[in-house]
Every structure is written in structure tokens, then in C-alpha cells.
Design a protein around this ligand. Structure first.
Ligand SMILES: Cc1cc2nc3c(=O)[nH]c(=O)nc-3n(C[C@H](O)[C@H](O)[C@H](O)COP(=O)(O)OP(=O)(O)OC[C@H]3O[C@@H](n4cnc5c(N)ncnc54)[C@H](O)[C@@H]3O)c2cc1C
Length: 396
């Protein structure tokens, strides 16, 4: 790590040093493909149909989107990725990406996978954080009920809630034992009050003294989240616990807006992208101004927000590698941000999703959709990959 180096997101040599020419061409093909909105729409329908009809599609997905966006089917299969990231100064966040489980045995199995991923970080500096989604270990209907009216849960639901509490508590305790901070991902707004409640209890319990082990996630596309961030900071001040937060913009915008229209309540999402961007950047300012109480991670692929945070860190005379401030991106996305930030000495980690191919499909569909030309991300990735392909040709 070299904090004296200046930050340059345009450096494609650094951004793609982890890909050999064959892998780079594969990435080029992939981003060209997912850049096509119609193709992604048709692909999504076909994949969902194949899943319903139980037609095996792993053979098509594994060498393409899966190998680009996921580390492997098991923790062991992720080792090569973890090693490569580490060799370039980027740490790993193992993310068990199985979704849509509802039965108790399935939820328990997911809990065990997450616990194994946390245990895998013990005494291994290549891992920056662990992570989990509460909906992976709790029935969605229960989370919704606990969010809507916690006190109205019936005895059976209360019993199920106890199991959820127990699982969350066990994962947090395991993370503390392994000395690896733990992110709790944010989800849909109708599930989030219950998640916030669990996260706050865990922060109060485990983030004592100087320690910050538990991080809740704040989605700044929501109109109410900046004030939430401020209120938990005050609570931390008053009750003497450290506040851990992962700042993100938010992944469920369409779903949120559609539900609000359907059920006739005001959308919880900012009216436009600019308002979300302003809220995200205000979140960065807030966290930096309260570093005595807050440790945080900017989970973003946005160049402006990443550059803003990097600039503010340097302007404030904070060590770029300060352990209270992290940048994070997803595997296979915005490598120009991750690897150029790490090269300039900042603390950077990538989510490395893993899990059986079939079970990671919802995650992969979200990545494909996020990377269509409508969302704008793929054109930037494409441009940079193309530039690196030409640069390599010119030096050959
Ligand atoms: C490490 C990491 C962890 C993450 N964890 C979570 C998580 O726990 N929970 C979660 O929900 N998401 C999570 N995300 C996803 C994240 O919320 C965003 O969906 C994604 O990163 C795209 O936003 P961006 O900041 O990278 O930048 P950009 O690409 O600049 O912003 C895109 C985002 O801006 C917002 N936006 C776009 N258009 C509009 C509009 N018209 N009006 C209002 N807002 C708009 C949306 O949130 C959209 O996703 C995570 C992302 C990363 C990188």
C-alpha cells in the first residue's frame, strides 16, 4: 500500500491486472452481452422458466455470468479469488448468496453456511468483513409482521422470532470471536424495521468500548435514512456504543416504487437520482464528521462518491488505510475503482458471492439488470475494458 500515490480511476492497467488476456476478452464479451437490454430481458424470462421446469442450466451460466460475478459454489472454491484480490491489496467479504428460502430446515442450513463463512475468516487477514441477509435466516412473512406491528405477533410467531434472534446473536458472537466485523445487509423497506431492531440490539451488545464489530446498512435512496443515520449516532453517543454502518444507495428501487403505488402510500424513495446522490454524499460527510462514534464502509460503484470520500479522507489528514473507513464493491464490478483505490492506499474490499449456481440466480439476474445500458454501468465498464484491450495490444 502506498498512500502517497495519487488516485486515478482511469488507470486500466491497474484495474485489470488480475485478468489475463483471455479473461479480459471474456469480460468484454460479458459486458457487451449484458449491455443489451432486450437480451437481458429475454434471458431473465428463459432462466426463470428453466428454473421452474427444472431444466439444468448450470452449464451455460457457470462459465459466463457465474464465473465473473461469483467466487465459486463453496468457500473452498473461492480461494483462488481471495488470493488474487489479496495480492492486489483488496480484501474479501464472503457472501453466501442463496435466496428465497422459507422453511425452517432451509433457514437453518443457510444459517450454518453463513456461520461457516464467518469461521473461515478467523486468523486470515485477507478477509475484511463477513456479511449476511436477515431474510436468509428468517421467514419473510415473519420479518414483515415484525416490521409492521412487532407487538401483535402471536405466540407461534413470537417463538419463531426467538429463533431468528438466536441466529442473529449467534452470527454476531461468532464474528466477534473471529475478530471479523460483520455487515447486516439492508432489504426492502417493509422488512427493514425488524432488521434495524436486530442490528441495533447487536450493536449495543457487541460494539462496546472502541470496538465496532456489527454494521447495519443504510440505504440512502430512502428519504428517511439520513435522519436514521443521525439518530443512531445520537443513540450511540448517549448509550456508549460504536455505530457501524455500510452506506449504500439501495437495490430495490423499482420494487419499492411499485408497491407504494399498488398499496397507495407515498414512495419511500427519493424522487430522482440526484436526490439519492446528494443523500449518499451527505451520509459520507456525516460519518466522516463523527468518526469518534462511527466506523463505516461506502458500498458503491459510483466514481464521484468514491472520489469524494477519498478526497475528504486526505483533506482531513486521515490515514487512507484507517480501519474505520472502507470502500467496497462487488466482485466483477467497478474494478477500476477497487484496484485504483487500493493502489493509492485506501482500505478496499469486495463482496465475493458464493453458493450453488441455481441458488445464486436471483443475485446474477440483479447484476445483469444493473449492468444493462439503461442503468448506465455497463457502458463505463465496457469502455474501460476496451481501452485495456487496446493498451495491451499496443505494448505487445
Ligand atoms: C459492497 C456493496 C454492498 C451492497 N449492499 C447492499 C445492501 O445491503 N442493500 C441494498 O439495498 N443494496 C446494497 N448494495 C447495492 C446498492 O444499494 C446499489 O444498488 C448499487 O451499488 C448501485 O448504486 P451505486 O452507489 O453503486 O451507484 P450508482 O450506479 O450511481 O447509483 C445507482 C443507484 O442510485 C439509485 N437511483 C437510481 N435511479 C434513481 C432515481 N431515478 N431516483 C432515485 N434513486 C435512484 C438507486 O439506488 C440505484 O441502485 C450494495 C452494493 C455494494 C457495492
Amino acid at each position: 500500500m502506498n498512500p502517497s500515490k495519487s488516485l486515478n480511476f482511469e488507470n486500466t492497467e491497474k484495474a485489470f491486472a488480475h485478468l489475463d488476456s483471455k479473461q479480459l476478452k471474456k469480460a468484454l464479451f460479458l459486458f457487451q452481452t449484458v449491455g443489451n437490454v432486450r437480451l437481458v430481458k429475454v434471458g431473465k424470462v428463459l432462466v426463470q422458466l428453466a428454473l421452474k421446469l427444472r431444466i439444468p442450466i448450470g452449464w451455460a451460466i457457470r462459465p459466463t455470468v457465474y464465473s465473473h460475478f461469483c467466487g465459486g459454489e463453496s468457500i473452498d472454491e473461492c480461494h483462488k479469488t481471495i488470493e488474487t484480490l489479496d495480492s492486489l491489496g483488496v480484501q474479501t467479504i464472503l457472501d453466501f448468496s442463496s435466496e428465497g428460502k422459507e422453511s425452517e430446515p432451509e433457514l437453518q442450513a443457510t444459517f450454518e453456511e453463513i456461520q461457516a463463512a464467518i469461521l473461515a475468516t478467523k486468523d486470515d487477514q485477507r478477509h475484511a468483513f463477513s456479511v449476511f441477509k436477515v431474510s436468509g435466516i428468517a421467514p419473510t412473512a415473519l420479518l414483515e409482521k415484525a416490521s409492521r406491528d412487532f407487538d401483535a405477533m402471536n405466540p407461534v410467531e413470537k417463538d419463531a422470532w426467538k429463533r431468528v434472534n438466536h441466529r442473529v446473536n449467534a452470527l454476531c458472537a461468532c464474528a466477534v470471536e473471529c475478530k471479523t466485523p460483520l455487515f447486516i445487509d439492508a432489504e426492502e423497506s417493509w422488512l427493514q424495521p425488524a432488521i434495524d431492531r436486530l442490528a441495533l440490539e447487536a450493536m449495543k451488545k457487541f460494539n462496546q468500548g472502541e470496538n465496532c464489530w456489527i454494521y447495519n446498512t443504510v440505504q440512502l435512496y430512502r428519504v428517511d435514512r439520513l435522519s436514521y443515520l443521525k439518530s443512531i449516532t445520537t443513540e450511540g453517543d448517549q448509550q456508549g456504543f460504536q455505530v457501524g454502518v455500510k452506506l449504500v444507495r439501495g437495490a430495490y428501487m423499482e420494487k419499492e416504487r411499485n408497491r407504494a403505488i399498488e398499496l397507495g402510500y407515498p414512495s419511500p424513495i427519493h424522487p430522482d437520482k440526484q436526490a439519492t446522490d446528494e443523500a449518499f454524499n451527505a451520509g459520507i460527510h456525516w460519518c466522516l464528521d463523527h468518526l469518534d462514534r462511527i466506523a463505516f464502509c461506502a458500498g458503491t460503484h459510483n466514481e464521484e462518491s468514491s472520489a469524494l470520500l477519498a478526497k475528504l479522507i486526505l483533506e482531513k489528514g486521515i490515514n487512507p488505510g484507517d480501519n474505520r473507513i472502507w470502500f467496497a464493491q462487488l466482485l466483477g464490478m467497478s474494478d477500476h475503482i477497487s484496484f485504483n483505490l487500493s493502489d493509492a492506499g485506501f482500505s478496499v474490499a469486495k463482496y465475493v458471492p458464493f453458493g450453488p449456481i441455481q441458488e445464486t440466480i436471483p443475485y446474477l439476474i440483479r447484476r445483469a439488470e444493473e449492468n444493462t445500458s439503461v442503468a448506465g454501468q455497463s457502458s463505463r465498464e465496457l469502455e474501460l475494458i476496451r481501452r485495456e484491450v487496446s493498451r495491451r495490444k499496443s505494448v505487445d
